[in-house]
Design a protein around this ligand. Sequence first.
Ligand code: NAD
Ligand code: LMR
Ligand code: MN
Length: 541
Amino acid sequence: MTSPLQILNNPFLNKGTGFTMEERTELGIAGLLPPKVQTLEEQADQTYQQYLSKPSDLEKRLFLMEIFNTNHTLFYYLFSQHVVEFMPIVYDPTIADTIENYSELFVDPQNAVYLSIDQPDTIESALKAGADGRDIQLIVVTDSEGILGIGDWGTNGVDIAVGKLMVYTAAAGVNPENVLPVVLDTGTNNQTLLDDPLYLGNRHPRVRGEKFYSFVDQFVQKAEGLFPNLYLHWEDFGRENAANILDKYKNEITTFNDDIQGTGIIALAAVLGAMNITKEKITDQTYLCFGAGSAGAGIANRMYEEMRQEGLSEADARKRFYLVDKQGLLFDDMDDLTPEQKPFARQRSEFDNADDLKDLLSVVKTIHPTIMVGTSTQPGSFTEEIVKEMAAHTERPIIFPLSNPTKLAEAKAEDLLAWTDGKALIATGIPVAPVEYKGVTYEIGQANNALVYPGLGLGTIAATAKLLNDEMISAAAHSLGGIVDSSQPGAAVLPPVSQLTKFSETVAIATGQSAIDQGITKQPVTDIKAAIEELKWTPKY
Ligand SMILES: NC(=O)c1ccc[n+]([C@@H]2O[C@H](COP(=O)([O-])OP(=O)(O)OC[C@H]3O[C@@H](n4cnc5c(N)ncnc54)[C@H](O)[C@@H]3O)[C@@H](O)[C@H]2O)c1
Ligand SMILES: O=C(O)C[C@H](O)C(=O)O
Ligand SMILES: [Mn+2]
């Protein structure tokens, strides 16, 4: 029997003033709440008014976290009513502020699990305690080395695991009972944190190499052992580890890397949306990646796979790609390429001016890209000169400044439209209000992996898929097509966040159906729609 205070202090059980008189008597909490009984609707209205009174986005987020920590049903009910308004508060970009100021703002560990590389023996007991008897089907885990584009934030990165999970529930209806946020604290190389007396994480440099991978593996083995229906989502690991970890586990367990695969899906969906507007073919595009890290190489790889599927040979498909990183255009004679960059590296002999191709402008001038995607963390790097140069050689330049949060974006949508006289087809990483330009209202698509990972996860879990493979990923990317009316002037390349719950279901069905069609499910699931309906959670009393 749960004690009265255990009920009121448990956000899964607590309804606050929403408890009826009968419930209050039955649970022994009569007299522990103000007498009025409120409906969920009334609570939500009252809470929303309080939310509106908060003076800044950060204050708004902290207030919503307080509601989350108190009453999950109320939090998600409210979230579902205000998806467009809350996404940038609960999630990116405001989440970046709470990560940067985590120790100063700390009030509650938010039911997350903090695993320390200095205490590997506690992995299993901590996961078990965090689950507290619940059937965990979804973990978002981060080691916080590459939080968004803001870098290494040690233990503070736990907020991204919590925030990503909130979006799973708000967008796709994943039951909060079945999820667990985890941070792997393997140290930090962020000197500001190491010097900060308030810092709450391990106060030593990041552990690398064998010891790191062994710790990650112990976590994977324990989590898989405890939670047999697990979908394991990796978030914001550093460039040197993210792909290694994914490659190690993706053929063994049901697992997903959001920055590599999720971003690949949403960016491909956005390019397909652009193709729908221009009526061009993806196989005719010239693709420029600026910032070829986890996301940049992940997106390039997804585009490459799409071109292969559309009939190009390996060699012909590779020729359509140009990757630019800190070194400039990536060449195959460079000795510091990542394994993900190598297959896309070009030969110097292809160019008369190879040695000049060290900056983005020179590359754009030389290769005439039709698609330019920024995942570089370099704010303002898509300059007017570069964009105008690109637009001089292609009718509808496709330009996606995807670096997050807002302060790191390669360009602003309104500038891109002004510089290209309204021709640019744009998607951004963070939400952007529609832009008015010469009498046309341009809707700006949000190419953030949050538009796909919730549905992808729900569909994979509902299908009980053994793996998340390329076919499922491709199906997810294609499922977002046809939602936007591409014939409208100023049409976006992606569906709007206001329809997030609707198209998350579309993505879930496409993903799950693909697993069923391939025969890679653990259980004999036949009707994916029914399986998804059964799994879906709705916030109600
Ligand atoms: N919109 C989305 O859904 C989404 C998803 C994932 C990542 N992102 C954003 O993309 C950015 C990169 O994330 P990541 O996880 O790939 O990080 P990462 O560290 O793996 O990659 C960043 C890459 O940019 C390169 N870079 C740094 N300075 C550069 C410069 N001056 N010129 C060219 N390249 C430079 C780095 O060398 C690295 O290869 C972040 O801002 C992140 O928020 C957006
Ligand atoms: O978290 C986001 O907003 C998207 C993405 O995963 C990122 O790392 O930027
Ligand atoms: Mn990320």
